[in-house]
Structures are given as structure tokens and as C-alpha cells.
Design a protein around this ligand. Sequence first.
Ligand code: NCD
Length: 299
Amino acid sequence: MKHILSVDQFDKAALETLFQSAAKMKQLVETKGGSDILKHRVSANVFYEPSTRTSSSFEAAMYRLGGNTISINDVQYSSVAKGETLEDTIRSLEQYADCIILRHPEVGAAQRAADVASVPIINAGDGIGEHPTQALLDLFTIYSEKGTIDGLTITLVGDLKHGRTVHSLVRLLRHYDVTIHTVSPLNLSFPKEHAKKSTHPLTAHESLDDIIRNTDVLYVTRVQKERFAKPSDYDKIQGSYVITNNTLADMKTDAIIMHPLPRVGEIAFEVDSDPRAAYFHQMRNGLFVRMALLAQVLA
Ligand code: NCD
């Protein structure tokens, strides 16, 4: 059984194997469109929270490898709306699918699903917990764009409290020799329980100005509106940092800007045309990394 629940399952050798496989998937897509290694295999996407990239790239990854997907991208149109438990939904879908890709608002939901499942579960985000496959594609993006991970200064900016992608990324970066800085609005700082899983100290700053000049990778996240109990608290914070051409002017010429997306104003559109904007490549790498992961789990 090869569940993917947390990035903690990946050691450095596993990461290297994954990157090699993702690079091969990229070449495969770009030369032949795909292959048939997952012919007659079926995955199920079960998303209790909205998704564009994660659900579509997992689905596209199955198609590119010759397989197929059952997509429940809005559980309100499934038996969940009738009160079915997560466990029963998992036990149902495993009758039809060879693996289940699950996004859920509760921390630990993927583990709960894995506890009852007889097919592999892939965690596509469990609340404010982890988002392992995103962090894997983020790391692959850093490696592809910069040619290395060791020696880089990585700055995480935004809602680091609720952003599950940065939780997973920081945990993965313990395998590399990096310097990590954080910049977040008040009360949205990086959680201690995830920081503890890093071998690197996370240096917190009040302003991006303090470290923007030294940054090699600027990883921007959105303020996660849906995680706020009081909308007025969100309104106070939203827009407190925006990456613009002025920010770019202070950055190294070979730095990269990443974002798991969706963005809601924190990177100005004018930044998109700068060669340092890496978030479109990052998105596309999601297809290749997820092809590699599905091949590992299902082939
Ligand atoms: C992220 C997520 O769902 O955690 N999106 C994604 O999967 N690319 C980031 C976010 O929603 O802000």
C-alpha cells in the first residue's frame, strides 16, 4: 500500500528518484503526449474543498498515462450531501477506483481515509495541515529553475499559518542546505508544529524589504479567506503585501517568484511577463510530478 499522506514519507533518495521520473514524464508529454502505463487503471478525485490545478492536473496525469478518473470535484453533488461519512465515501469509491485522491477541510482527514482504505490514498490537502504533492512539485520547480536547491535563500511570504503548501515545503526542505525567511501579517506566522519538523531556523521578518535583495526564491501565498471565523479579520489583512514591478526591481536578476495559486491580488499581473515569474512553470510541473507519483503508486 503506497499512500501519500505527508512529505515526511520522502527521504532525499526518494526525492531524487521522483525528480528523475518527473523529468521523464515531461519529456514524454512533450514528445509523445503520454503513454499507456496506466491503461485500465482508474483513480477517483474526491474534493471536499474547491480546486482547479490539483484536481485537473491529477486528472490530466491519469489521461496522459492511459488511465481514467472518476471526478467528484464538488461533494455537494455526491452522497456527502446526504450525510455520508468520509469513511463510507472512501469504502464506496475504492470499489471502483485503484487509488483515491482526497482533499478535505480537516487536518488528518487523509490519514483517516487511509485507515479504512484498501487502495492508496493521496492527500491533496487536508485543511491547514499538509499538501504533500504541491510541495513536491514546488521543490521540483525550484530544482528545475535554479539547477540546485542547496545554497538557496528561500523567502515565504503571506498567510503562513493557514497555507498548507508552505507547511509541507518547509518540512521537505530539511533535506537540503537552505536558508529560510518568513514574512507574514500579524497572527498569520508559520506554525511551530511544522517549524519543528525543519532542521533550519525560520527567520521571521516584519517586512519583505529586509530580505528581498538576498532572496533566490520568493514563495508567495494568498491570505486564506475561508479559514477566518470573522470576515472583518480577513478584510483587515487582505492586500497588506502585493508583489509588483517595484518589488522585482529590488530582486536578484536570477531569482524566481513562485505561488501555488490561486492568487487574489498578492502578485500584480504586471509581474507575469517578467522572466522571474515561475508560477506558470510551477503549475505545469504539477502535471509531470503527479504523473510520476501516480506511476509510482499504481504501476
Ligand atoms: C493551494 C491549496 O489548495 O492549498 N492551492 C493549490 O493546491 N495549488 C493554495 C491555496 O489554496 O491558497
